[in-house]
Design a protein around this ligand. Structure first.
Ligand code: ASP
Length: 294
C-alpha cells in the first residue's frame, strides 16, 4: 500500500520589508505543485529534492545557483548537500566554482565517489571531470535575486543572506530526503563555508525526519542544525515541530537567526524561523498547498 507523500521547499530565511516577492511566491507555488505531481507519479524523495533544488538554483530568484552573489574577491563559490534518509547516504560540495547546479554536483559526489564532501578546487575539478554542466559565461549567467539590491550585498557582509534554497520530501514508500544549496552569506571571505554543505547541520535525513536549514550558517553549525532536530526526536522523544523550535532557540541564544523546513515520516511538513520571514511552500497528499513569505 502506498503512503502519503509530501514536498516542502524554502527560498531562504530573511525578507526585505517593502520588496515585492510576488514572483517568488508564484514560483514556489508552481514548483511545489509540480513536485507533488512527481511524487504522486512514484518519484523517490531523493530525486524529488534534487530536482526541486536544481529548479530553484536555475531560476535566479534566490541566492543560490544563478542568483548567487560573489565573495569579497568577486568570485562565486557555491555550497550544497543532499541526503538520502532511507539509505543513510549523503553527498556535498563546498566552495565549488563554475557549476550550473551545485546540488547535482553534490548528488554526483554521493553516487560516484566513496566520499561525502568535496571542497574547493578538488570539488570544481570533480565537476569538470564528471561532465556536470558548467557556467559558460559568468558575466551573462548570474542575475540579482528578487528582493536583493547591490547595496544589500555591499552592506550586509556576514549578515543574514536572503535566499539559500532547500527541499525536503517524503515519498509514497515513506522514504525521506533533503537537499540544500547556497551562494553563502553576502560579502563572505573566499573559502568561507557555512552550514549548507554539512550533512548533519544544513541538511539531514534519516528514517524519522528530513530537514534543510537557512540563516547565518555559523550559528547553525554551533547549534547543530538539522542533525540536532533529529537527535532531539531520537533521544528526547520530541515531535518534529517542537524539535525544530528547540534547535532555533539555541541559534537565537547564540545571537543568530534563520529557519528550517522539515518533513516527518508520515509526510507532515514543519516550518520554523526566527528571522524576518522564511520563503516557503509545501504540497502533499494530506493537506492543501501552502505558500508563505513573512
Ligand atoms: N546558511 C547559509 C550560509 O550560511 C546562508 C543562508 O541560508 O542564507 O551559507
Amino acid at each position: 500500500m502506498t503512503k502519503p507523500f509530501a514536498l516542502a521547499l524554502h527560498g531562504g530565511a530573511g525578507v526585505n520589508p517593502g520588496r515585492d516577492y510576488a514572483e517568488v511566491e508564484a514560483h514556489l507555488r508552481t514548483l511545489v505543485e509540480a513536485g507533488k505531481k512527481r511524487l504522486a507519479a512514484g518519484a523517490s524523495a531523493l530525486d524529488a529534492v534534487e530536482w526541486a533544488v536544481a529548479e530553484l538554483e536555475a531560476s535566479g530568484l534566490y541566492v543560490a545557483g544563478r542568483g548567487a552573489a560573489p565573495n569579497k574577491d568577486g568570485v562565486v563559490e557555491f555550497d550544497a548537500s543532499i541526503m538520502d534518509g532511507a539509505a543513510m547516504r549523503a553527498g556535498a560540495v563546498c566552495a565549488i566554482q563554475d557549476v550550473v547546479s551545485p546540488v547535482k554536483a553534490a548528488r554526483a559526489v554521493m553516487d560516484k565517489t566513496p566520499h561525502v564532501l568535496l571542497a574547493g578546487a578538488g570539488a570544481t575539478h570533480f565537476a569538470h571531470d564528471h561532465g556536470l554542466e558548467l557556467i559558460e559565461n559568468a558575466a551573462q549567467y548570474f542575475r540579482m535575486p528578487i528582493g536583493v539590491q547591490q547595496a544589500d550585498i555591499d552592506a550586509e557582509a556576514a549578515e543574514l543572506s536572503h535566499g539559500t534554497v532547500g527541499a525536503v520530501a517524503c515519498d509514497e514508500r515513506g522514504r525521506l530526503a533533503a537537499a540544500t544549496s547556497t551562494g553563502g552569506t553576502f560579502g563572505k571571505r573566499p573559502g568561507r563555508v557555512g552550514d549548507t554543505p554539512i550533512p548533519g547541520i544544513g541538511t539531514w535525513a534519516d528514517g524519522q525526519m528530513a530537514g534543510s536549514c537557512t540563516g547565518i550558517g555559523e550559528y547553525f553549525i554551533l547549534a547543530g542544525g538539522a542533525g540536532d532536530v533529529a537527535a532531539r526526536m531520537r533521544y528526547a522523544g520530541l515531535a518534529l515541530e517542537p524539535a525544530c523550535h528547540a534547535m532555533l532557540k539555541t541559534v537565537a541564544r547564540l545571537g543568530g537567526d534563520g529557519g528550517i523546513i522539515a518533513m516527518s515520516a508520515d509526510a507532515v511538513p514543519a516550518f520554523a524561523w526566527n528571522s524576518h520571514g522564511l520563503k516557503r511552500a509545501a504540497a502533499g497528499a494530506l493537506f492543501p498547498t501552502l505558500v508563505g513569505i513573512t
